[in-house]
Write a protein that binds this ligand. Structure first.
Ligand SMILES: [Mg+2]
Length: 187
């Protein structure tokens, strides 16, 4: 079967990684539980920034956020290797911008993810993901972002939301930890 995965905040803990970097860069000590209960994707409000300031902060920190030591979510690397071992196809579909695609692919490989030639898609907008997902004929797709998941409701496939504080209202099947992946598959 074919499995598709978003990358940021689906397979890797990018926002929390950025949260810790912001605390360090701004010499602040915003509590982790505030981050963990934030009901929106941008994190700038935790630091008292306006949307514009938040955008600037994100853009100027992006290299560091993307390419330093952002941890994969627990069991994500192992779960994807297990799929490959079982003969399944693993696809990555990330809306990171075009200039980050090559480095992101390399970064994923270095982080231990199984990335096969031709199975890494990058540089599309959130709303374009659906076209790639449809063309690939995926059997399963996982994403964290409500705006992306909303575009997928008409597809005849298994769509899951990767649990996060800002997507609890999304009423589709949910995966909280990647060690649950095995139990979702048919015997
Ligand atoms: Mg994401």
């Amino acid at each position: 079967m074919k499995f598709g995965f978003d990358v940021d905040d689906t397979l890797i803990n990018l926002r929390e990684h950025a949260f810790h970097l912001y605390n360090k860069k701004l010499n602040r000590q915003v509590a982790l539980n505030k981050f963990q209960t934030l009901n929106m994707i941008p994190i700038h409000e935790l630091f008292g920034m306006t949307a514009e300031e938040g955008k600037q902060m994100w853009n100027s920190s992006r290299e560091e956020i993307y390419y330093s030591s952002c941890p994969p979510f627990p069991d994500a690397v192992e779960a994807l290797h297990e799929l490959v071992r079982q003969g399944h196809e693993v696809y990555y579909i990330t809306a990171r911008t075009a200039e980050h695609c090559e480095r992101t692919k390399k970064w994923l490989i270095q982080a231990g993810f199984p990335v096969q030639e031709g199975r890494f898609y990058c540089g599309m907008s959130d709303t374009e993901k659906v076209h790639i997902i449809r063309r690939l004929g995926l059997d399963y797709y996982f994403d964290d972002k409500p705006a992306v998941l909303e575009t997928l409701t008409d597809l005849a496939m298994n769509v899951y939301v990767k649990d996060n504080s800002y997507n609890r209202h999304v009423d589709i099947p949910r995966i909280t930890n990647w060690d649950e992946l095995k139990s979702l598959l048919p015997e």
